[in-house]
Write a protein that binds this ligand. Structure first.
Ligand code: PLP
Length: 381
């Protein structure tokens, strides 16, 4: 064997979550509570949840995975739930089992790249429902009807209606119930991508007319991950959960088992914490709106639906761009200055627009973030 330098595997460290206030929207909802961190110690071996497995992950009683999945369904107002490796795998499983090659998925223009990749992997086509453009990028449910009818007129076969509940670009909350009603009326299954919503804010699947919810443990359910949830209505269970010819206890679309060990344990142990925190969603919105209000005073401009209905904030920041022209660190000045104040999670070098979230931070921390950003900007103009 050619010599391998092993030094790079020693002392792998990460400081941001311990030593900084992290504003990265993709990471704010995935921070596990202390109880979860403790449980991880007990379960960090491979296949650790398999001590008492009789062949099916979803039926394991010790630890109580089986009951957990039932509780998840109650929490989500759905019938049956399974864990997956992430929201993307949840979407792929639905597409792969319900659609035939070449079918159309109707999806919103704000959809995540993983929706497109899942469509491609499942060998499907798609048609996009346009948003209303700059600066709100809102999805009008009525445009779903038009896009569906356009594809029907062209003779395309529609297999699935997909809506991004909250998108990762603008943090816009879509009107799922209206899209769900349109899907129902037209007779197509409706998948709601809840990667940014379930676990952060209250989501009731049946109320929103969803047939499927795709959720993300590491994005929004306080889990180490990688893990996702696929929750469905009874009527689709047979199709989605079909078992193998050769191994009759194994569910084919899940390749027998999905995410297990630490990802699953952290999702389970964080569940009571997640249940409590979604009740405080109004307070999170207050924090988010406060940040927008304060930072717009210094020349930031919030993009997307106003007022904010989700914690992910996208700002246009011409003021940062202006400062960057004069600073010898160029675009890196902002990242650099934030770091000095113990704040991280803003993309390095980018000054035209920034994304951030203060989800789960205390008011004291929120105030500190706002004051720090003001301080940096006002001292530079
Ligand atoms: C983050 C994100 C995903 C991907 O979630 P995974 O659980 O990592 O697969 C999918 N959709 C949206 C809208 C997201 O923001």
């Amino acid at each position: 064997m050619e010599k391998i330098n092993l030094d790079k595997y020693k002392n792998i460290k990460r400081r941001i979550e311990r030593e900084f206030i992290n504003l990265n929207p993709i990471q704010r909802g995935g921070v596990p509570p202390v109880e979860s961190k403790k449980a991880i110690y007990e379960y960090w071996d491979g296949y650790s949840v398999c001590d008492y497995c009789g062949g099916r992950l979803d039926q394991v009683k010790t630890p109580s995975i089986c009951e957990f999945l039932n509780d998840l369904s109650k929490f989500l107002d759905m019938d049956i739930s399974r864990t997956t490796h992430g929201a993307r795998e949840s979407k792929f499983i639905v597409m792969h089992s319900l659609c035939k090659e070449g079918d159309y998925v109707i999806l919103d223009e704000n959809a995540h790249y993983t929706s497109y990749v899942a469509i491609e992997r499942a060998k499907l086509n798609y048609a996009k429902v346009k948003n209303n453009g700059y600066s709100t990028y809102k999805i009008d449910p009525q445009n779903y009807k038009e896009t569906i009818e356009k594809i029907e007129d062209e003779g395309g076969n529609i297999g699935l209606i997909l809506l991004t509940h909250v998108d990762g670009n603008y943090g816009n909350l879509s009107d799922a119930e209206k899209v769900g009603k349109i899907a129902k009326k037209k007779g197509y299954p409706f998948l709601l991508n809840c990667a940014y919503t379930v676990g952060r804010m209250p989501v009731k699947g049946k109320k929103l007319k969803a047939d499927f919810l795709a959720c993300s443990g590491h994005k929004s359910m306080a889990s180490s991950g990688p893990i996702g949830v696929l929750s469905m209505r009874d009527e689709f269970a047979e199709e989605i959960l079909k078992t193998s010819k050769d191994y009759p206890v194994k569910e084919v679309e899940f390749l027998g088992c999905t995410s297990r060990g630490v990802p699953l344990i952290s999702l389970m142990v964080s569940f009571p914490y997640v249940l409590e925190r979604v009740k405080k969603w109004d307070e999170e919105l207050k924090k988010t709106r406060y940040v927008v209000e304060e930072l717009e005073k210094i020349g930031f401009k919030q993009i997307g639906i106003r007022p904010k209905e989700h914690d992910l904030i996208k700002f246009e920041t011409p003021i940062l761009d202006e400062i960057a022209q004069r600073d010898k660190r160029r675009g890196y000045f902002f990242y650099d200055e934030l770091k000095k104040k113990g704040i991280g999670g803003i993309t390095r070098g980018v000054t035209k627009e920034i994304k951030m979230s203060v989800y789960g931070l205390t008011w004291e921390q929120v105030n500190y973030v706002v004051d720090s950003i003001k301080d940096i900007v006002l001292n530079k103009i």
